[in-house]
Design a protein around this ligand. Structure first.
Ligand code: HEM
Ligand SMILES: *[C@@H]1O[C@H](CO)[C@@H](O)[C@H](O)[C@H]1NC(C)=O
Length: 471
């Protein structure tokens, strides 16, 4: 049902924008001095747009890049768009001239997450919120989370029956959501966790479906779930206010913030940002963890080296009777490179999405005001000029630091991921837990990818896990 709506919607949108564009192009083109980048803008080819969203977006980009070079124009969902596939261009858009490009999301998605969430914003409000989020996710704060994250990893896998097929991605999503909750609220009562989790699952299902208010559709259900989430968050916020605690988790940071005029954040602003962080934290981390398990499974020698690294730690922790320490998580040289190489290979955030706020000139090309601008992380990560033999999984390549602006799994500049250290920490902790206590086998077809919307191995990497007998 939703799929049909989506296709019809995309079709109409494409048609409409095409008509608008035919008119605009004629009026504006002759006056501009700098030229538009190469590429085809003519008929916003519907097949192409659908391909971008339903199939492998990376084939789309790399075909274009081969044909036109590092900068080219195209249509995405009927919007004219400039794609940039060089490190310099990515830096230009995300770092040095970041003020000329604003984040852009469909209104329907903003409504689900909450319009005050930081990643929709630019300027003073964004800077203020970003400082708070960054503060709550800084090394000094997350170092205290290590034993709690380990406990979440352990309790999640308790329900796995040895040899029974599980959907790895789903299990990893449960984990990353719990860690997100931990970073946001510290300790939260179990009933709140459950209600947040259940309602969030409904919200998430609507995120990539056709936006409509018709009852019964995924999007409408998601809007209703969003309303309930807001209520739950409202209850948690009032409880916390009554207790007058000065916690340093995200909620604490948001509650204690005052701007220059002494104004505090509204409950709506706090709720939107909490949902925003939970949203940004879950599928990203879970899909990378799923990829790590696949890559390790495919590289037995590497897996042995990783196991040796973690078994040594486990032994020094009295066979796992002592919890992992922060210092130990900072000293996992092989595993850290596996994490980074997985981030490069999978490039789960393939690109950033911005809009030019004024006419911008880059290397003699015009990027007109209102056009979408996409720095293509994945193309940079898979360019043999920067990463030799780019399709090979080879963590040792990261013994040498990548060239500037060629490694951006967490983005770059003013909107770069504030959760990057937490993400890496939870990936390492999950790896430690799995390689020391389990062996696993991937089930079924192993090399297909699904886009949901992040790339994940098909069907979430079905796998069987066996717990090692401990004596
Ligand atoms: C491996 C996991 C993750 C990856 C690959 C990832 C990647 C990214 C990227 C590429 C961006 C920048 C997007 C852009 O410029 O448009 C971003 C932004 C963001 N991420 Fe992450 N992320 C991950 C995990 C997390 C976690 C665990 C959290 C929080 C606990 C988080 C919170 C955020 C937030 C709040 C933003 C928006 C920042 C802003 O707009 O200023 N992310 N992430
Ligand atoms: C959603 O939240 C409400 C509280 O607002 C709660 O009563 C309900 O059980 C939750 N829904 C689900 C499916 O858990």
């Amino acid at each position: 049902m939703d799929a049909i709506f989506t296709y019809v919607f995309i079709f109409l949108l494409t048609l409409l924008s095409f008509l608008i564009f035919m008119k605009r192009d004629k009026r504006e083109e002759p006056e501009k001095r700098a030229k538009l980048p190469p590429g085809s803008l003519g008929w916003p080819y519907i097949g192409e747009t659908l391909q971008l969203y339903s199939q492998d977006p990376n084939t789309f980009f790399s075909t274009k890049q081969k044909r036109y070079g590092e900068i080219f124009k195209t249509h995405i969902l009927g919007c004219p768009c400039v794609m940039l596939a060089s490190p310099e261009a990515a830096k230009f858009v995300l770092v040095t001239e970041a003020h000329l490009f604003k984040p852009t999301y469909p209104k329907s998605k903003e409504r689900l997450i909450g319009p005050s969430a930081l990643f929709f914003h630019q300027g003073d409000y964004h800077i203020r919120l970003r400082k708070l989020v960054q503060g709550s996710l800084s090394l000094d704060i997350i170092r205290n989370l290590v034993p709690h994250i380990e406990a979440i990893a352990v309790s999640g896998s308790d329900s796995w029956v040895s040899g029974q097929v599980i959907n790895t991605f789903h299990e990893m999503k449960k984990y990353s959501f719990q860690v997100g909750i931990l970073a946001t609220f510290g300790h939260l009562e179990a009933h709140y966790k459950q209600e947040l989790n259940n309602n969030y699952t409904i919200l998430e299902k609507g995120y990539n479906s056709f936006p409509t208010n018709i009852p019964g559709t995924s999007y409408k259900k998601a809007l209703l779930a969003r309303k309930r989430l807001r209520e739950i968050l409202g209850d948690i916020i009032s409880e916390r206010k009554e207790k007058r605690l000065l916690e340093k988790d995200l909620l604490g940071c948001l509650l204690n913030s005052k701007d220059k005029k002494g104004e505090v954040l509204t409950d709506d602003q706090i709720a939107d940002n909490i949902l925003g962080v939970l949203f940004a934290a879950q599928d990203t981390t879970a899909s990378v963890m799923t990829w790590i398990l696949k890559y390790l499974h495919d590289e037995p020698k590497l897996l042995e080296a990783v196991k040796a690294e973690h078994n040594a730690i486990r032994e020094s922790n009295e066979e796992g009777n002592q919890p992992l320490s922060w210092a130990q998580t900072r000293n996992m040289p092989i595993s850290s490179k596996v994490v980074l190489e997985s981030l490069r290979m999978a490039s789960i955030i393939s690109f950033a999405f911005r809009e030019a706020v004024v006419d911008v000139e880059y290397k003699g090309y015009l990027i007109p005001k209102g056009w979408k601008v996409m720095p293509l992380f994945r193309n940079i990560h898979h360019n043999p000029e920067f990463f030799a033999d780019p399709h090979k999984f080879d963590p040792s390549r990261l013994e040498v630091a990548p060239k500037p602006n060629t490694f951006m799994p967490f983005g770059s500049g003013v909107h770069a991921c504030p959760g990057n250290e937490l993400a890496k920490l939870e990936l390492l902790i999950m790896m430690h837990h799995l390689v020391t206590k389990f062996r696993w086998e991937v089930v079924g077809s192993q090399n297909e990818i699904q886009y949901s919307p992040f790339p994940v191995p098909l069907h979430g990497l079905p796998a069987k896990f066996w717990k090692k007998s401990t004596c």
